[in-house]
Design a protein around this ligand. Structure first.
Ligand code: SPQ
Length: 429
């Protein structure tokens, strides 16, 4: 589907940000492995999280879905049953990688697959440590790609030194560790998002973190919880950038997750000169949250690299849009991981911004963006089936000199189904 976007005259108003995707996935997974009911409010009803709901339903877990809340009727660590078909994770990397860790330790076999994008994304990164735990897991292309076949078996605890800062790799190993005797630990080069650690702890697992190492003790008794999912800061990133770069804007974003492993976008926008304030801060289930106010401001270029990258990895496409509108050059380094997301985001964001006349160079490990020139009218961009590219290019289009078109716009439903209606609702008439 093609979406035409007219330039904005300013965005004003209050927006409730859709639920955090990472936390929503984990609430279904851990709720399924817990004893008793888990009640979830603020859940993200996007395609990816619904794939996780479908996966656990297919393994015998009753999950009631209503507009107000989700109730997962957990059956304990050993309560899953063999699905009668393959599990289709759709577009969701989080679903396939995290449940691989859970499925490795079951007493049954499973086959996992997903859409064209998922079948190109690297799975060796979870298969390698899981195999070291004794998992019997095979995949296409010499055990690197999905579909994956998992023969459930007994697992051994390990320590894994991960070569990448990846919450999905860390979580897959820790979840497999629930099925092994003793302590399973993972050390990563920089700290990635820690929602698995925080939520497993609230469900009653023995889990400890120190620096970039997390460790979990096997065979816990997990107990159903009440979970309030905060708004996803990765989604808040779009109105944060739009509110900054579109003159005359003032936006209030309610109930946004502010876990420090995720707030790199706020640090970077503030460093670029943005006007963002945080209020009403609180904590629920170990997760920080609060409200954000953003007003338009003059931005300048910056450099983003190192330990900051995992704290804003999914926001780099929309940060690139902010950089295109900022005075001066922005350089992004240490961001090779972007090449293996839903699309090669270094290439797809560069291609998108070039359609607006922006000068972008793709580096081996990032991007170099020469900002400050007006974004040209008549851009035609493609999302390449990637929700974050579709939404980032929408923000660029709102800030451009004339209308633009975005092809394959429907990808937004992966993480923000009502994105366009919500943004239009903020338009100054
Ligand atoms: O689930 P998926 O498809 O991998 O989604 C993305 C996204 O942009 O929404 C990545 F493309 O988010 C990942 C994120 O990049 C979600 C995630 C998680 O919930 O654990 C962790 C990050 O991935 P990784 O590979 O760094 O672990």
């Amino acid at each position: 589907m093609k979406q035409r976007i007219e330039p904005s005259r300013g965005l004003r108003g209050t927006l409730t940000i859709p639920g955090d995707k990472s936390i929503s996935h984990r609430s279904i997974m851990f709720g399924s492995l817990a004893e008793g009911d888990t009640e979830i409010t603020g859940f993200l009803y996007g395609d990816d999280c619904l794939s996780t709901v479908g996966a656990f339903r297919s393994m015998g877990i009753a999950i009631d879905v209503t507009d107000e809340k989700i109730v997962v009727h957990g059956k304990g660590l050993h309560g899953l049953t063999e699905p009668d078909n393959y599990i289709d994770v759709g577009n969701s990397g989080t679903t396939i990688r995290l449940i691989s860790g859970i499925l490795a330790g079951q007493a049954f076999n499973t086959v996992l697959t997903g859409d064209d994008s998922i079948r190109k994304r690297p799975m060796g990164r979870v298969m390698k440590p899981l195999s070291a735990m004794g998992a019997k897991i095979t995949g296409r292309k010499n055990n690197t790609l999905a579909p994956l076949a998992i023969e459930g078996t007994a697992l051994q605890a390990i320590h894994y030194d991960s070569p990448v800062a990846s919450a999905q790799v860390k979580s897959a190993v820790l979840l497999a560790g629930l099925y092994a005797d003793g302590w399973t630990s993972v050390t990563e080069p920089s700290l990635s998002r820690n929602h698995t650690e925080l939520m497993l702890k609230s469900f009653g697992a023995e889990i400890e973190s120190e620096g970039t190492t997390a460790r979990v003790k096997g065979n816990p008794q997990l107990k159903g919880q009440i979970i309030e999912v905060p708004g996803d800061i990765s989604s808040a990133a779009y109105p944060l950038v739009a509110g900054s770069i579109i003159p005359g804007s003032e936006l209030h974003l309610k109930n946004v997750g502010l876990n420090p492993t995720r707030t790199g976008i706020i640090d970077v926008l503030l460093d670029m000169g943005a006007d963002i304030t945080i209020s009403n801060e609180r904590t629920s289930g170990g997760e920080k949250m609060g409200d954000l106010t953003v007003r338009s401001a003059k931005l300048h270029g910056t450099t983003i690299a190192g330990d900051l990258i995992p704290r804003l990895v999914d926001e780099i496409p929309v940060i690139a849009v902010a950089a295109a509108c900022a005075e001066g050059v922005t350089e992004i380094h240490d961001a090779q991981e972007l090449k293996v997301k839903e699309s090669n985001r270094l290439e797809t964001v560069a291609q998108g911004l070039r359609a607006f006349g922006c000068e972008v160079e793709v580096l081996d490990d990032g991007l170099r963006i020469a900002g400050g020139k007006p974004l040209q009218a008549d851009a035609v961009c493609n999302s390449f089936g990637d929700h974050r590219i579709a939404m980032s290019m929408t923000i660029a289009a709102l800030a451009a000199e004339g209308a633009a078109e975005i092809e394959q716009f429907e990808a937004v439903s992966v993480s923000w189904p009502s994105f366009w209606a919500d943004i239009q609702g903020l338009e100054v008439k």
